[in-house]
Design a protein around this ligand. Structure first.
Ligand SMILES: Cc1cc2nc3c(=O)[nH]c(=O)nc-3n(C[C@H](O)[C@H](O)[C@H](O)COP(=O)(O)OP(=O)(O)OC[C@H]3O[C@@H](n4cnc5c(N)ncnc54)[C@H](O)[C@@H]3O)c2cc1C
Length: 287
């Protein structure tokens, strides 16, 4: 097996181009090392362009090789994309968070991957570069081809970074999950919300839950019901009920029944909405 650590973008693209199908990108390796390894691995954990955390003209740029631990430690991310730092804080254990990356979390395509759910609620877009040099920007949901199956071929294309709009004033976000234990356990269900408030009413809402479908799942009906609603407990209760009606969940012998998961999604939806609304008011200085 060959293992190459790359430090700049040209190196990655030319390595992907020259090495063919048997080479694959690796970041933290926390998912990939559980699989049958390819002959050649291309380590992007030191790739400067994929390690950025910065705000540029109302946009947050968050590198795909940023680890969960680094995301949690970033005051800028905590201020601008709180749902993401909350999600990253709950991944695995300190060891897993020190190695595992945001890009790996999304490309691994587990249906309830914590950071992916938060990124989808934040409306993050993924920037990708093919070895030919072609670039494209896609929604998080477009990166999924099926359960545990990515639409991205990591032998040909690099997920470089995520782009999140950070210019909305009066917005807030939150993430919550429940797992069998507080660490080293995948979530039974998770939820994330991003919302914008004006005059104490909801103006825009993005609500994402998992595991429901292969990709993090937007609850469009519940979102539209919430627009224009006041920031009161009744709104969160109604949204919880609407979310339970909207989701079609599966039970699992290993995790929990479908009924319990549906109930849980309702509870988590109520929680993330209330917390995100509180944060939006604080951001506007109205709390
Ligand atoms: C014990 C344990 C506990 C865990 N707990 C959780 C948990 O609670 N919540 C959770 O969400 N996840 C959990 N995970 C899963 C895992 O840690 C995360 O999904 C992590 O974010 C994966 O990132 P990585 O950098 O290690 O990915 P890697 O293993 O390096 O890569 C994963 C996949 O993505 C591809 N890839 C990686 N980066 C890129 C890129 N930039 N461009 C293109 N392709 C890329 C690789 O080729 C591979 O196919 C756990 C894993 C373990 C082992």
């Amino acid at each position: 097996m060959s293992y190459q650590v790359v430090s700049n973008l040209e190196q990655v693209l030319s390595a992907l181009k020259n090495r063919g199908e048997n080479s694959r990108i690796i970041a933290g390796g926390t998912d990939l090392f559980l699989e049958k390894l390819p002959e050649k691995l291309l380590d992007i954990s030191a790739l400067a362009e994929a390690l950025v955390i910065e705000e540029r003209g109302g946009t947050m740029l968050i590198g795909a090789a940023v680890t969960h631990a680094r995301a949690v430690a970033s005051p800028l991310l905590a201020k601008k994309v709180k749902a993401l730092t909350e999600a990253c804080a709950q991944v695995g254990s300190p060891q897993v968070r020190n190695l595992g990356t945001l890009g790996g979390n999304v490309i691994n395509a587990a249906p309830a991957a914590d950071a992916a759910v938060a990124l989808a609620a934040l409306g993050a877009k993924a920037e990708l570069i093919h070895y030919s040099g072609n670039t494209r920007t896609v929604e998080i949901e477009e990166l999924y081809a099926g359960f545990n199956c990515s639409a991205i071929d990591s032998c040909q294309e690099l997920l470089l970074r995520f782009v999140v709009n950070s210019s909305d004033s009066g917005s807030g976000s939150a993430f919550a999950r429940l797992a069998a234990r507080k660490s080293l356990a995948l979530p039974l269900a998770n939820a994330a919300a991003w919302l914008r408030v004006e005059h104490n009413c909801l103006q825009e809402v993005r609500l994402v839950v998992a595991p429901v479908k292969p990709a993090p799942t937007r609850l469009f009906k519940t979102e539209s019901l919430l627009v224009g609603r006041p920031l009161i407990a009744e709104s969160w209760r109604e949204a919880a009920g609407a979310a339970m009606d909207e989701v079609e969940v599966r039970g699992s012998l290993l995790r929990c029944s479908a009924d319990y998961r549906r109930h849980l999604i309702g509870v988590l939806v109520g929680r993330v909405l209330e917390t995100a609304a509180g944060r939006a008011l604080t951001a506007k200085g109205e709390a």
